[in-house]
Design a binder for this molecule. Sequence first.
Ligand code: FE2
Length: 558
Amino acid sequence: MISLGLNYSEMHDSSACIARDGEVLFAIAEERLSRQKHDARFPELAIRACLDFAGVQPQKLDHVCFGWPPATAALKHDLKCMAIGSVPRDYGDLVSTLRRNLSFTRQQNGERPFRARFPTTKANFRFIDHHLAHAISAYAFAGLDNAAVLVLDGRGAWEATSLWHGRDGRLEHIWTVPWPNSLGLFYAQFTQYLGFQPYSDEWKVMGLAPYGEAGINLRDFIIPADNPYKVSALRLLGHDSSPIAGIVSRLGPARIPESQIDTRHKNLAFAVQQSCEDAMLALARAAVEKTGCRNLCLAGGVALNSKANGKIAASGLVDHVFVQPAASDDGVCLGAVLAPYMDDGGKLPSHKMRHAYLGSSSSDEEIEKVIQTYKLRATRVADPAAAAAQMLASGKILGWFQGRMEFGPRALGARSILADPRDPEMNAKVNNAVKFREWWRPFAPSMLAEVADQYIESATDSPFMILTAQVRPEKRTVIPSVTHVDGSARPQTVERDVNPLYWRLIREFGDRTGVPVVMNTSFNLRGEPIVCTPTDGIRTFFSSGMDALVIGTFVVEK
Ligand SMILES: [Fe+2]
């Protein structure tokens, strides 16, 4: 069976993946190809990349599976919410809801644009409930036979949070908290209030939180542990032309984007993050109690909150935590594509996801052609890992472009910017010269899995940088540029057999410095998607303060 999985909602993060006989072969977000961050358009480029990689003609597809039900489901729920008064009755919102529904109905929920672009297809079109798609994307990739599965996001068609019990390849639905009682909505509204982009920049609030202190009471907006939690959408939402008016009327003017961050902003970020952590811990506790299972899988955009995930992992509530690395909506294609296996009470295939290198790659020949086209100075090296380690040890900031691109928001040693984590100034150097991003956002370490225990308290397998943990006190001055102000870090533990080249780079760096840890951040400029092709990598390299680019077996310098 050959299936395509798609995320297409016209909201954000369109994506596609292709699976053969239950194994995902390739997955990519549309943004990486279109170069438009969070691209919400029909994922034509991503679909073509999937078909090309697998060598499959559209007529050979058995299923095309969207990670959303027909749009009328959301319309019905939204009208009901307006009718019962759980959201503000706003004419602008009503028009937006109707417009979106009309757009999707015209598109037959995505089937029509697919058929228009791939007219030879004979596939069966499927529309999977959004939270079910998220739940499969966690459970079927966790390598756990028995697991509680929590989905937490902004919203599905009607869902905000849902609990499932995965057993023996089957997912049983336990309960759903309907939208607008939504943790994702709560976090997104305050992200916007703090002057950032909602459903995109929640990282910035999470990174700012440790600079603040407790003191701001948000109980008007959220009660974090109220069986399971309660979010007041009526107080959070405004209206179409002023979406955060509810918060402004209670807390005063919002921060103007790009303006100074003051103590109040820091303290508010602290309170928002604390509320989210409390709610997620309460949900984890409820999930374990309800299922009687101490394995927990997480998916949905809220599960990108690595700080809260780390607290759950360290809480003693659970034995194992698996967070789908593409937890946001890009990842629903991974769940949707496997949904046909659940037909007639069937079992989901189960593969433990050990890496996220599901995207495109470029051969040395292709890279060389690009280098020649742009008439660049490049040298070929016998061992890119050793060459990169040598440059890192001498303080250089590198672009590292190797192998298949990562799927999901994190760079994990395929499309990364790397630097020396021992230099206390490196955070500022990379921020100012390369990433041009906010001063408070921490960088993360990649470390050999073998040494994680030496650097991280209660170290656990963490291949996806999605669990925050505390750096051991004696190591905080050893790797200062990847240790956050509260002593935490968001490590990637790198295993030799999963990514041998990246593992060797880190080991070579360790051989030279005594510290087998590198600073790893995504290979992109502020506001742009992570680079995908050699041309993207070279363009980004020359638009920034990076010292060298190690791309395939080539080293490009300025
Ligand atoms: Fe979602």
